[in-house]
Design a protein around this ligand. Structure first.
Ligand SMILES: *[C@@H]1O[C@H](CO)[C@@H](O)[C@H](O)[C@H]1NC(C)=O
Ligand SMILES: *[C@@H]1O[C@H](CO)[C@@H](O)[C@H](O)[C@H]1NC(C)=O
Ligand SMILES: *[C@@H]1O[C@H](CO)[C@@H](O)[C@H](O)[C@H]1NC(C)=O
Ligand SMILES: *[C@@H]1O[C@H](CO)[C@@H](O)[C@H](O)[C@H]1NC(C)=O
Ligand SMILES: *[C@@H]1O[C@H](CO)[C@@H](O)[C@H](O)[C@H]1NC(C)=O
Ligand SMILES: *[C@@H]1O[C@H](CO)[C@@H](O)[C@H](O)[C@H]1NC(C)=O
Ligand SMILES: *[C@@H]1O[C@H](CO)[C@@H](O)[C@H](O)[C@H]1NC(C)=O
Ligand SMILES: [Cu+2]
Length: 595
């Protein structure tokens, strides 16, 4: 089966030597609009935002990352962090190649959402996507949406899309803390730039001096997202769409001679790379996130050891490594001490797309300058010599252990879900997850029907109803050769086991299994997860934009009788009426699963 992973034919892996320069030919506004990320002007972050009151000197009082169960013990600060997001089309050249993108407040990456643990986040999203108009919906990745599952941002599942020229107010509690990101969940819009970082400040037992803030790793395509989806989902279409570049905080150089013959799109070499400042001898916190569309990232800084202290929204017992592997959607908080040279040192930061995806230019670079280094100089450091592993998997499960231990509960239900591809009667290759290629209905979000007591849906919505089960185990069997970052909304799941072939029943560290919200299942392998279900309708899907578009999505209903009794705010229904009206008079060009 012609899967997009592992096929490296036609790769144009240009010699990197040409990129080894720290000079840039484009201004920040030409490459990234109004974003300051990746520039030396990007602010470092405080330990927390000042709240009132602050018992014990912290917004979260005496709660700790090692002694308190963050799923039950989160503080109710009552503080609201309010943001206004205007989503629009724009034209920028993050790597020097000009393309149409989708921007939040004119920026790529979009603005940082910052809050303290227990604060309420309010985001007014204004859909200004015009020429052509398009719906949207924003997902707040990793948030539990305790008692607010309708704020989860998945069109057709938890809401109707926000129609063009309309607004929707999202409101939810930051009940977990750490590093995350937000992104559109409408079709593959997020691969077109509609994404940004989130930091929720919370307790940490690790010491560090400087919080450098978010570092987003994104594979990058020179084509518009819609064109890629169209190409992929056309008869005998190309499933192996290659990315063109790899960016750190939205920036990287591109060798413009590598553009396809006949492509007259404006392109300049040496557009500019991201730059970071280290304070000599001090320890820095870096908040890494793979916010890309497809590829698995391997992040490193030459000559520096990374101490991983959190994975996704879960603080873990610190461990040292040279390279951190992140599938799409995954995050890692790492500490790095600037002790590899004197105060005028400079080093390369790198993120390599592994051979698990088709990438024309898989190597992202950024420059790290110690305090007295000349920030126009080009680092000359040498990369760690650590070859990519041949499996496209996360680090071994026994390496990482959550700081706050939770023993694995007894599952009351075990389900098996298979990943397959098939070609339909129109010669279009699609994904099947649990036997169905999902296609959402933007006009009838599952959560509203469930709230109305309607639990019978068309098969292609791929809804699984877990009835009253609350300890749910899922065995994901991957029948193809590619790996997939599996993401469950609204939960941190326990990762019981991952490996080649079929599961043999072994559970890694049942006394305290790893918890995450995304985990990679390798090709021809299995992933076994379990979650303590909370009432709602939750997407469970592959986070590769192109795979989700191709139908690799399921919706899980947890505790339907509670969903039926939820008081869903009238604004959710009002947004559906506005979408219903818009979609009656405008063509909704839904060529994919819609999510
Ligand atoms: C840029 O790409 C072109 C075409 O692939 C190649 O011939 C050229 O050597 C590259 N430039 C440099 C400086 O690597
Ligand atoms: C990580 O390495 C540093 C020295 O580079 C050491 O001080 C620290 O104890 C190590 N931490 C762990 C968890 O191994
Ligand atoms: C910094 O480096 C650039 C490029 O090498 C050089 O032109 C500039 O004079 C240097 N600045 C200082 C203050 O040394
Ligand atoms: C990343 O890619 C570079 C360039 O090919 C290579 O030298 C380096 O070893 C890789 N780094 C890691 C950590 O894999
Ligand atoms: C094949 O899949 C495409 C994409 O979902 C769909 O538009 C088309 O109607 C399907 N063809 C058939 C015959 O079902
Ligand atoms: C599907 O593709 C095959 C092989 O390319 C071709 O022979 C056949 O006519 C196509 N069928 C349709 C319905 O497009
Ligand atoms: C439930 O919703 C589905 C999808 O909108 C609809 O087809 C069906 O008629 C509804 N059932 C009832 C009993 O209203
Ligand atoms: Cu996938």
């Amino acid at each position: 089966m012609g899967l997009p992973h592992g096929l490296l034919g036609g790769v144009v892996d240009t010699a990197l030597s040409v990129f080894y320069t720290a000079t840039s030919t484009l201004t920040q506004s030409k490459t990234n609009g109004l974003s300051l990320l990746g520039t030396l002007l990007a602010p470092t972050l405080p330990r927390f935002l000042t709240n009132n009151p602050m018992p014990d000197g912290y917004p979260w009082g005496s709660l700790t990352d090692w002694g308190d169960n963050q799923y039950t013990e989160y503080p109710r600060t009552g503080v609201v962090r309010h943001y206004e997001f205007t989503v629009s089309r724009g034209v920028i050249a993050p790597d020097g190649y000009v393309r149409d993108v989708l921007l939040v407040n004119g920026a790529f990456p979009g603005p940082l959402i910052e809050a303290n643990w227990g604060d309420t986040v309010v985001v007014d999203v204004h859909n200004d996507i015009t020429g052509p108009e398009e719906g949207t919906g924003i997902h707040w990745h990793g948030f539990l949406q305790h008692e607010t599952p309708w704020e989860d941002g998945a069109p057709g599942i938890s809401q109707c899309p926000i129609p063009p020229r309309r607004s929707y107010r999202y409101e939810f509690i930051a009940s977990l803390y750490g590093t995350s990101w937000y992104h559109s969940h409408y079709s593959a819009q997020f691969s077109g730039g509609l994404l940004g970082p989130i930091v929720v400040h919370g307790p940490t037992s690790e010491n560090y001096d400087v919080d450098l803030g978010p570092i987003l790793l994104t594979d990058w395509y020179h084509k518009e997202y819609f064109d890629i989806v169209e190409e992929m989902l056309s008869p005998n279409g190309n499933l192996a769409v290659a990315s063109d570049n790899n960016l750190i905080n939205g920036k990287m150089h591109f060798n413009c001679s590598a553009v396809a013959p006949g492509d007259t799109t404006p392109c300049v070499n040496n557009a500019g790379i991201s730059k970071f400042r280290f304070q000599t001898g001090k320890t820095h916190r870096l908040r890494l996130a793979n916010a890309g569309a497809n590829g698995v990232q391997r992040f490193s800084i030459d000559e520096h050891t990374l101490t991983v202290i959190a994975e996704d929204f879960v603080p873990v017992k610190p461990y040292n490594t040279s390279v951190v592997t992140l599938g799409v959607g995954q995050r890692a908080d790492v500490l790095v001490t600037a002790n590899a040279g004197g105060p005028s040192s400079a080093f390369w930061m790198r993120s390599n797309l592994t051979g698990c995806s088709v990438a024309r230019q898989p190597h992202a670079l950024a420059a790290v300058y110690y305090d007295q280094a000349n920030t126009s100089t080009t680092p000359s450091s040498t990369a760690w010599d650590i070859p990519d592993p041949s499996t496209c998997a996360n680090e071994d499960l026994d390496i990482t252990e959550p700081l706050f231990p939770i023993p694995l509960p007894e599952a009351t239900l075990t389900q098996t879900m298979d990943i397959e591809t098939f070609t339909n009667a129109s010669n279009i290759t699609l994904w099947k997850f649990n036997g169905v290629s999902m296609r959402t209905d933007y006009n009838h979000p599952v959560i509203l029907l469930a709230n109305d007591g309607n639990f019978s849906y068309p098969a292609q919505w791929n809804v699984v109803n877990y009835q009253s089960h609350k300890a749910i185990r899922i065995i994901v069997n991957n029948r193809g050769i590619g790996s997939h970052p599996m993401h469950l909304h609204g939960h941190n799941f326990y990762v019981l086991h991952e490996g080649p072939g079929a599961w043999d029943g072994t559970i890694v560290r049942p006394s305290n299994p790893l918890r995450r919200d995304v985990y990679l299942v390798r090709g021809n392998g299995h992933l076994v997860i379990q979650f303590d279900g909370q009432p709602g309708v939750w997407a469970f899907h592959c986070h590769v934009a192109w795979h989700a578009s191709g139908g690799f999505v399921a919706s899980l209903i947890v505790e339907p009788e509670k969903v039926e009794r939820m008081h869903i705010p009238r604004d959710v229904e009002k947004n559906c009426r506005a979408w219903g009206m818009w979609s009656r008079y405008n063509v909704v060009d839904q060529i994919d699963s819609g999510t």
